[in-house]
Design a protein around this ligand. Structure first.
Ligand SMILES: Nc1ncnc2c1ncn2[C@@H]1O[C@H](COP(=O)(O)OP(=O)(O)OP(=O)(O)O)[C@@H](O)[C@H]1O
Length: 353
């Protein structure tokens, strides 16, 4: 089982500027956490710091008994924590040479190295490619080699920068699911970067959203998508419905000033008013937009001037301008208080150091 990871009071500067602040972040032993956020949010900075490549200007990172931070020697830390870069940094030679490189540095004999590498080559589908020269690999194969090279060292903590980014989307989904099984079996504590929140359920137990160098929210995929802590997070997760509260629609008019948020997939569109509303609000509206998918249809209704995005199965055939009903589940409409925006690093003045 990997080690638990604890980041406390972490501040990281780059080019003399504070670009990442993590007051506290805890990963349980064997937990897999995704790091999400837009460009420049601080994702790579976080990974490079946990890898012992960047030194924080303040704070500490603990893994098991070991500590990384200002004044600490990174040598031992780097033995326990392994970073796999997005661009597989392979040395010239064969796949096997690359997978066993770290073991060679640790002084193992060629025979021992091959014995240890064998199972990992097999699990990552590389056995047939073991003697192939790395310059003849596809981008996806090269990424798998980089991963095998990291896993063969049995790291306590694994850091992955956009795993399988070079692979086409369906193959990436399959590889991420397989990687999850493998990591859960070995119990390696893992932090990985992704730009795509849809990858979160494939690999991660929880996600950390970074915005402008700040921890904006930590949670499971459902918590992040259905209970976003701010408008910025809701937008990042592609929550289609973000309505200003107030007005005359039931559900919104009772809320204090802010936003009502609900993903389109959680709003049901019906062609006729149901007899019973149950735990829902029923909003009448006219069809403004239709988008057909293979497994259903997205509709946008105009309800009292608000654009309401919802989902229906393929049986429902509504035309533009037709009367329809949006069913808003009371438990799923999430209130976001807009007055409490995050204090982003760039908005702050006089930060320490
Ligand atoms: N070497 C550097 N010197 C100065 N500033 C840097 C350096 N590297 C990154 N930064 C700044 O640090 C901040 C965080 O960058 P980082 O690369 O960690 O973001 P990211 O979330 O990984 O972005 P991306 O998704 O584009 O890779 C950005 O404002 C960036 O401009």
């Amino acid at each position: 089982m990997g080690w638990p990871l604890l980041l406390e009071n972490l501040q990281v500067k780059r080019g003399g500027k504070l670009v990442l602040a993590v007051p506290r972040l805890e990963l349980g032993a064997g937990e897999i956490m995704a790091v999400l956020g837009p460009n420049g949010a601080g994702k790579s900075t976080l990974l490079l710091t946990v890898a012992g490549i960047l030194c924080p200007s303040q704070g500490s990172i603990r893994a098991g008994e070991m500590v990384w931070g200002p004044g600490r020697d990174p040598y031992q830390w780097r033995q326990a924590v392994t970073l796999v870069f997005q661009e597989a940094l392979l040395v010239s030679g064969t796949v096997l040479d690359n997978v066993t490189l770290g073991l060679k540095f640790r002084g193992l004999s060629a025979r021992e190295r091959e014995q240890l590498a064998g199972p990992w080559l097999e699990r990552l589908g590389l056995t047939e490619l073991a003697r192939r020269r790395v310059q003849d690999l596809s981008g996806g194969e090269a990424q798998r080699v980089a991963l095998a090279r990291a896993l063969v060292l049995k790291p306590q903590v694994l850091l992955l920068d956009e795993p399988f980014a070079a692979v086409d989307a369906p193959t990436r989904s399959r590889l991420l699911r397989e990687l999850r099984l493998l990591l859960k079996e070995t119990g390696i504590t893992t932090l990985f970067i992704t730009h795509d929140f849809r990858e979160l359920p494939l690999l991660a137990d929880r996600g950390l959203v970074l915005l402008q160098g700040q921890m904006a929210q930590v949670g499971t995929v459902r918590e992040l998508a259905e209970r976003p802590a701010s408008e910025a997070i809701a937008r990042f997760f592609g929550v289609e419905n973000l309505w200003p509260t107030g007005g005359s629609l039931p559900g919104l008019k009772e809320l204090p000033p802010g936003l009502g948020a609900i993903p389109a997939r959680c709003v049901r569109i019906l062609g006729a008013k149901p007899a019973v509303a149950g735990e829902s609000w029923l909003w009448p509206g006219k069809v403004k937009y239709v988008e057909e998918h293979w497994d259903g249809v997205y509709y946008c209704l105009l309800c009292e001037g608000l654009e309401v995005w919802g989902w229906a199965d393929n049986q429902l055939r509504l035309q533009l301008g037709e009367q329809a009903w949006a069913v808003i589940n009371k438990k799923q409409l999430h209130y976001i208080e807009t007055r409490n925006s995050l204090n982003f690093l760039s908005d702050q003045e006089g930060l320490p150091g």
